[in-house]
Design a protein around this ligand. Structure first.
Ligand SMILES: C[S@@+](CC[C@H](N)C(=O)[O-])C[C@H]1O[C@@H](n2cnc3c(N)ncnc32)[C@H](O)[C@@H]1O
Length: 216
C-alpha cells in the first residue's frame, strides 16, 4: 500500500491492526531521545566515550533504536534481513530525507541501511564499527496501539523464520569490535546463557553489555 510517498503494510482480515509504516518525522520520534530507556541505550553502546562512534544495528527492524542512536550522534549501519521489513525501513529513510527539516536530515545522514543478513556484511565494514547492537526481542514492550500493530506485523512476517539469536550473539562476540550490546526483556536470561560484562537495567528492558576492548 502506498499512501502519498509513503510505503505502508496493512494486514488484511477481520480485526486486523492498522497499517504500519516508518515515519521518523513524527513528534513521537522527535522526542524519543528524552525517554529514559533511550538514554540507557546510549550509555550501553558507549555514547560520549569516543567521537564518531560507529554502531552496527544488526537487527534493524523498523529502525527505532537505530534512529535513537543516530540522534545521539552515532553513525549507524542498519542491517535488516527480512525483505518486507527492509523495504518499509528503506522507504521511511527516503521519505525522511526528502522532508525539509535540518534536524531530521542530519540524523538520517548518520543512518545507512544494508538489506540482508548482518553476518554477510563485508569484513571491512564490520571491522570499521566500534559496537554491534542486537535486539532480537519480540515480546511487546508496551501496550500503545502503534507498538501493538508493529508486533502483530512482525509476528505475521516472521512466522517460520528460525530463532537464531543465540548464534547471532556468538557470531558478534567473535568480531573485532569493542563491545556487543544486547537488548533483553528485564527479567530474561542472557542470550545463549552467556553472562555479560555488565548490564544496564531499565523497568522493562535490560541492555547486556559484552566488553571486548576499550572504546578509545
Ligand atoms: C525485534 S526486531 C528489531 C526492532 C528494532 N530494534 C527497532 O527498534 O525497530 C528484530 C529484527 O531483526 C531482524 N533480524 C534478525 N536476525 C537478523 C540477522 N541475522 N541479520 C539481519 N537482520 C536480522 C528481523 O528480521 C527483525 O526485523
Amino acid at each position: 500500500m502506498v499512501d502519498e510517498n509513503r510505503l505502508a503494510l496493512q494486514l488484511c482480515g477481520r480485526k486486523m491492526p492498522g497499517a504500519v509504516s516508518v515515519d521518523f518525522g513524527t513528534a513521537g520520534m522527535r522526542h524519543r531521545r528524552g525517554a529514559g530507556h533511550n538514554e540507557l541505550l546510549g550509555r550501553a553502546v558507549g555514547v560520549g566515550k569516543k567521537p564518531g562512534l560507529a554502531v552496527i544495528d544488526a537487527t534493524a527492524g523498523l529502525g527505532r533504536d537505530g534512529f535513537v542512536l543516530a540522534d545521539l550522534g552515532v553513525n549507524v549501519r542498519l542491517c535488516e534481513r527480512h525483505p518486507v521489513v527492509a523495504a518499509l525501513l528503506s522507504a521511511g529513510l527516503a521519505a525522511g530525507t526528502a522532508v525539509a527539516d535540518d534536524w531530521l536530515n542530519a540524523v538520517l545522514a548518520r543512518m545507512q541501511l544494508t538489506e540482508g543478513d548482518v553476518r554477510e556484511l563485508p569484513h571491512d565494514e564490520v571491522a570499521a564499527a566500534d559496537v554491534i547492537y542486537l535486539d532480537p526481542m519480540f515480546p511487546p514492550r508496551d501496550k500503545t496501539a502503534a507498538v501493538k500493530k508493529e508486533m502483530a506485523l512482525f509476528q505475521f512476517l516472521l512466522q517460520g523464520v528460525p530463532a537464531d539469536a543465540d548464534e547471532l550473539l556468538r557470531w558478534a562476540l567473535q568480531k573485532p569490535v569493542a563491545r556487543v550490546v544486547v537488548k533483553r526483556p528485564a527479567k530474561a536470561e542472557p542470550l545463549a546463557g552467556l553472562q555479560p560484562s555488565h548490564a544496564i537495567r531499565g523497568k522493562a528492558v535490560r541492555y547486556d553489555v559484552y566488553v571486548l576492548a576499550g572504546l578509545a
